[in-house]
Design a protein around this ligand. Sequence first.
Ligand code: RAM
Length: 376
Amino acid sequence: MIRTNPGAGAVRMALVAALLLATVLLAAGRAPAAARGLAQGEECAADATASGGSPAAGAAAAASPAAAAEAAPPNVAFLPKDVENPYFVTAAGGAQEAADEIGGEFQQVGPAAASASEQVTYIQTLTQQGVDAIVVSANDPDALAPSLQEAMAQGISVVSYDSDVAPDARMAFVNQADSEEIGRSQVRIMGRLLSCEGEIAVLSAASTATNQNAWIGFMEDELTKPGYENLELVEVVYGDDDQQRSYDRTVELLTAYPDLAGIISPTTVGIGAAAQALEAEGRGGDVQLTGLGLPNELRAYVESGTIQEFALWNPIDLGYLAYYTAAALVDGTITGTAGETFEAGRLGSYTIGEGGEIVLGPPFVFTAENIGEFDF
Ligand code: RAM
């Protein structure tokens, strides 16, 4: 369920509050987080399917020589949403790894805070420098389009990764996982944690972020399915992938919705800040928190019980695949047309899908049981 009308929502809020109060009284106190929710495999909506795959799985793929390795080494520039975000720092490690394999050049440039207008300036500078390829994660799909189109007109190959730009402003989009699967699985996790009942909020990144907005769209759609009648999305707030702003938005949510039962934060910066805020406010494990985060940043919150489950993919592999995609465009192995295939080093062969999209793999759910296996 999605709250659209604040008036009607207030009535529902009172009902949910009464229900929650009754639950609390019955339980004679707050139930320990681990005791709440449906078991793994049980879902709110009957048609839900489980997420699969492991983010480490790609590393085991047989190494095969990349077609790009035989051409002149490419000069590729990555332009993430912001260069301070640990997610993009991690992805850059994979891009550097690919560059080293191919013998190409790699640089990562970009704003210190998520800003579309600053990204435009970087695109213009990279165009003047005449790099072979720009690989960009967009803070805004449309604001970046004219400068990227200009770059392509100058012969530069443009790839989006993580957060897409308008389709006519790039040649290919390297998506970390299927957007629909990411969005729906976030709601499924929260539904399981809350036994399909309670008020939830979303703490997102920038309000113009292509990837988060696509995921939130699928979250909202998932919530309209039978089974989610009592799971109510009360508000979507934006922390702009800024630690302090995300922390403040979390505290504001707790004040605005005293009965808030859960927060979904589909951004690595947001979920970490929300976990910190929940613990500081004494609400860790009481308000359920899930989202998309880096295991190394969330380990302590999983151990303390503030986060039971969260999802992600391997960002190192994302950077690695995006570099190989750029190299394949530069050497002419691909043009970005659906059906074309190319080799991406240790990740193996990839085929370009509809709309020029290349999907790294399925999202993976991290829990207390498996988080120790991951180091990124
Ligand atoms: C943040 C960024 C990025 C997103 C991850 C999950 O680091 O917003 O775009 O993919 O979270």
